[in-house]
Write a protein that binds this ligand. Structure first.
Ligand code: GLU
Length: 461
């Protein structure tokens, strides 16, 4: 099957999760049929489009690995072509010049609306006169009778009575196209075979259908996917997590997790485990996308992220953890490598891992004393004893730290619980939840001595 799809965002804001999911479904469908996935920036609305938004969309897609084929198409570069097509429709009698002022137009629209009729301009049936230089718009001449039917790959067969469709504007008085015209002309010129987009565009599809028909162009296949809603069922907004995908990156989510979560919004990607982009590319079915809207749930996203933190190559995770840390980086890297399997058990995001691993840094173990916190003299002498015991050992000793520790416990005739809490506090500052023996092993004898000396030498004790 010949497949050419496109993602066509308007660059008026960041790439939010809804847009990312549309891009994702286009991407998966394309890969499944070995087609082409194109990117078009719909920047005809110059007042609302920004370069920052364009950059955010491009880098958001890059981060998600939703790589497009070919060069990016900028819709605003095609305005002459759009105008030519409007003129062609004018010539073929499927469009007309309308000279109404805004007030006149609103008045007529209201009158027609009251009668349950679609907007028709009185200029629809007038012969236009080339002499008339007043500003005008070009409107499509919609049929008055019959139905428009669309066979949508997700919504099934949907139709609307033609007397519900306005004579909408194709070309504005400044010769710039409306969204409705530009989108059809560009999709045709780019050879788009399948239009996959949010179902808020379904109503536009009925209108766009007529532009194709009047130009004798093949209507592409449509797939209108249900929107993502917030947990409470209302339209997804920032409050529900409709943030830019890069904000999720900042929060410590992996792109695999975002993709895997988003593909499950509308399509059941897998019965068992979260799957990756490449796995999904082999099995994606647009027809298997449901018609009802899905709800965005940040806890599910976190669960998926915990899963991918464990399956991702540890090297990549470590690099993400230390990307902003320059202190003792090599030592720190080794320690994180050792600690990672334990830290990862409790983490949902990279940021959780960053927080949980601060004590591994060379200078981040200082005990934060609470006002009423004090070691009693017995605790203190035990801590000093352990430090001295280690000091007397040959640091290069190949014996595991666990053995040294156990020997020392026997020597002092105490149990781990008699020292555990205080030792953990002196070594990690915050009381990391990792098993104490693992903490000793991760830090190593030299660092344990250093930390005990530092914290025990402070006057607050
Ligand atoms: N530019 C439109 C939007 O961002 C999408 C157009 C389309 O997919 O047809 O909503």
């Amino acid at each position: 099957m010949n497949v050419v799809t496109r993602f066509a965002p308007s660059p008026t804001g960041f790439l939010h999760v809804g847009g990312a999911r549309t891009a994702l479904f286009n991407y998966l469908f394309t890969k499944r049929y070995k087609g082409k996935f194109l990117l078009r920036i719909e920047d005809t609305d110059k007042a609302r489009s920004t370069d920052i938004a364009i950059k955010a969309i491009i880098s958001g897609l890059e981060w998600l690995n939703l790589n497009h084929d070919g060069k990016i198409v900028f819709q605003s570069h095609n305005s002459i072509r759009h105008k030519n097509i409007a003129d062609e429709l004018l010539k073929s009698g499927n469009a007309y010049r309308c000279y109404l002022s805004n007030e006149e137009q609103n008045q007529i629209r209201n009158d027609y609306m009251k009668l349950g009729l679609p907007f028709r301009s009185p200029w629809r049936n007038k012969k236009y006169n080339n002499e008339n230089e007043n500003s005008y718009v070009i409107r499509i001449k919609m049929p008055n009778e019959g139905f428009t039917e669309i066979k949508d790959l997700v919504q099934g067969k949907v139709r609307i009575a033609n007397n519900k469709l306005d004579d909408f504007v194709l070309l504005r008085s400044n010769n710039l196209p409306t969204y409705m015209l530009a989108v059809v002309v560009d999709d045709y010129d780019m050879g788009i075979t399948h239009i996959i987009r949010g179902d808020d565009h379904l109503n536009n599809a009925f209108r766009q259908h007529w532009i194709y028909k009047f130009l004798d162009w093949k209507v592409p296949d449509f797939a209108h996917i249900p929107l993502i809603h917030g947990e409470d069922g209302s339209k997804l907004s920032k409050r529900h997590g409709a943030l830019g995908v890069e904000e999720y990156k900042e929060m410590g989510f992996l792109s695999d997790s975002i993709n895997s979560y988003l593909m499950n919004l509308g399509w059941r990607a897998s019965e068992k485990e979260p799957i990756t982009l490449s796995e999904a590319s082999k099995i994606f079915e647009i027809k298997a996308v449901g018609k009802s809207s899905s709800k965005f749930n940040i806890s599910k996203l976190k669960n998926i992220n915990s899963y991918f933190l464990k399956t991702e190559n540890p090297k990549n995770i470590i690099n993400l953890i230390i990307r902003n840390n320059e202190l003792g980086i090599e030592k720190y890297k080794k320690r994180i490598k050792k600690a990672l399997p334990y830290l990862i058990e409790r983490a949902s995001t990279i940021n959780d891992l960053v927080d949980a691993s601060t004590w591994l840094k060379n200078d981040d173990y200082e005990v934060i004393f609470k006002e009423n916190f004090k070691f009693n003299s017995n605790d203190l002498s035990l801590l000093v004893s352990f430090k001295e015991y280690l000091r007397e050992l040959n640091i290069d000793s190949k014996i595991e730290i666990e053995n040294h520790f156990n020997k020392w416990l026997t020597k002092e005739n105490i149990k781990i619980k008699d020292i555990g809490k205080n030792l953990r506090l002196c070594l990690t500052g915050s009381g990391s939840s990792i098993d104490l023996i693992k903490i000793l092993d991760i830090l190593g004898i030299e660092e344990i001595i250093r930390r005990l000396s530092y914290n025990l030498g402070r006057s607050s004790f």
